[in-house]
Design a binder for this molecule. Structure first.
Ligand code: PEP
Length: 259
């Protein structure tokens, strides 16, 4: 299981400190193989690295640039994240796609850069309410996945194997993000199954056995986590709002610990 907390542009310094303190006290069950990752804004990277250094909790960035460096004012490279101690990066979050016009092709480039740098990318895919209402969500999300992984599909077999061993996918229906509207268990299960089949068709690998976990994201909280994480094709959760509440987030981590 993987539980990822996306803080977005939310906590002030004091709140970030409190969240990191709570995370640094987190004690997983002795037989746990659950990975906990938080995604603070870049200004808190060094604080996160210090607070979590001696814990099993990792941290990552909410985005990175596709180039390794250069004249890109305001941007942060994958290498910078890595050098600060970050191990993960969220790519293609629906807010990046919506507000920063990120396309599948751009997200695909960022995935390759992240992988080459040694960061574990979480590739986010998910349909809008409009697409869901038209019943074209399966095609839409699977096309997003395929287009975002086009460069991975073009890699040599060896490089592709290594890439798939690092890749994590998050299915996040846009209409469920930050709205309190959770997708039904049936819908989550069906979409995850469809994505697993698509990955199998694209890369010829059996998942999640081959190690590409698919997380669900969209209004996950401590009350609904047990049911969602209990679904067979769900390998964890990407959590937004509830990741800002230490008690709720740690409850979700403990639920995942037992799965
Ligand atoms: C997210 O931002 O990825 C997310 C899932 O947010 P929330 O949990 O608040 O819906």
């Amino acid at each position: 299981m993987i539980i990822a907390g996306n803080w977005k542009m939310n906590p002030d310094h004091q709140a970030a400190e409190a969240l990191l303190e709570a995370l640094s006290d987190y004690t997983p069950a002795s037989d746990s193989n659950c990975e906990i990752v938080c995604f603070p804004p870049a200004c808190y990277f060094s604080m996160a690295n210090q607070a979590l250094a001696k814990t099993g909790v990792r941290w990552g960035a909410q985005n990175c640039h596709q180039e390794s460096g250069g004249a890109y004012t305001g941007e942060i490279s994958a290498q910078m994240i890595k050098e600060q101690g970050g191990a993960w990066v969220i790519l293609g979050h629906s807010e990046r796609r919506q507000y920063f016009a990120e396309t599948d092709a751009l997200v695909g480039q960022k995935i390759v850069t992240a992988l080459q740098t040694g960061l574990r990318p979480i590739l986010c895919v998910g349909e809008s309410e409009e697409v869901r209402n038209k019943h074209s969500h399966d095609n839409f999300v699977q096309s997003q996945l395929e287009a975002s992984l086009e460069l991975v599909a073009q890699m040599s077999p060896d490089a592709q194997k290594k890439a798939l061993a690092q890749l994590v996918i998050a299915y996040e229906p846009v209409w469920a993000i930050g709205t309190g509207k959770v997708a039904s268990l049936l819908d989550i299960e069906a979409m995850h199954q469809g994505l697993l089949q698509k990955m199998e068709a694209l890369f010829g690998v059996q998942l999640p056995e081959a190690g590409v976990p698919i997380l669900y994201g969209g209004s996950v909280n401590d009350a609904n986590a047990a049911d969602i994480l209990g679904l067979k094709p769900v390998s964890g959760a990407l959590v937004g709002g509830a990741s800002l509440k230490p008690d709720a987030f740690l409850s979700i981590c403990h639920i995942a610990d037992k799965k």
